[in-house]
Ligand binder design. Sequence first.
Ligand code: OSB
Ligand code: MG
Length: 369
Amino acid sequence: MRITQVKLSHLSMKLRSHFETSFGRSYERDCLLIEAFSEGICGYGECVADRDPGYSYETVGTAWHILKDFLIPAVLNRDLEDSHEFQGSVAHVRGHPMAKAGLEMALWDLIGKGAGCSLKTLLGGVRQQVEVGVSVGLQDTPQLLVRQVSSYLNQSYGRIKIKIKPGRDVGDARAVRRAFPDIRLQVDANSAYTLETAAVLYPLDQLGLLLIEQPLAEDDLWDHSQLQEHFTTPLCLDESILTPRHARQALEMKACKVINIKAGRVGGISQAVAIHDLCRAQGVPVWCGGMLETGVGRAANLALASLPGFTLPGDISASERYYTEDITQERFSLNPDSTIEVPKAPGLGVTIDQKALESVTIATTTIRG
Ligand code: OSB
Ligand code: MG
């Protein structure tokens, strides 16, 4: 694959309903669409950096800069056979995993389209449908939260994740558990506690949760290992795992028993697969996290989640949970058994709705060799 031109588009998409986490509330979701051209074929990639540096230090602004000034010039007009060669050619850029992952996704789409092969097949996926759940943001009251969860259960979601933050943790989780004693339920704190303040979370251990996601700081594997000793419920790390090495060290340290894998957070699908392989070899369950992706990133997540080690439901909900109008012609819908179909067409298996794309694009630039 010889990429001769790359177009970046900054998208801002209105969410159907606001999404609130411990780091803030959003009404829109920003991201970058990457279009990489090679011999008349266009490969699409989605960079999941958001407008604000809340979940991670990366933003659409930093990713735009890193892609335009460093990553894209490093790959233009070079022969790249695979993701391994891609990672080699961007290894001199420290950090910025979401920027790298967006460009790597576009390369995967090109490779798949060139070979007439779906991303699922390229990665060695083993499932045609993947089990999914829904991530429910903080609501104004526990009553509204229970109502929101009830509506998702009625839509057939078989696993619910609720966001928690200090002051809205055990009470919210208890309210949902009382209303729905048997559902598969988990919580996500997005790094809102310290080892000391996390003591208020101990009663969560009595609620039969699947897991407790990222209670402590991103850069704090050690304190997670201390906290895990207080829980029989598995801790799951999201923000803390940025490389396969972090995954290995977290498991060695017993800082978690489950890992949430997001290709964006770890620098690309190739790195996500490496973490999957490492966890699978040790019998550690993983699941595919989400970043409120458009249809482009959602297609990639579905292919990734079709790998055999993804044994827990992913945060990959139906398109309509996020947006009234998506940028792909394909819509992902929920089956009655809480699964979503993995795309079968070459590459990511999606096509762009140009009119919809235009309506959400706020800036573009094209970089040529
Ligand atoms: O922590 O998993 C998270 C969305 C944005 C940033 C971080 C997270 C999330 C979600 C949403 O939980 C998952 C989804 O895409 O449905
Ligand atoms: Mg999370």
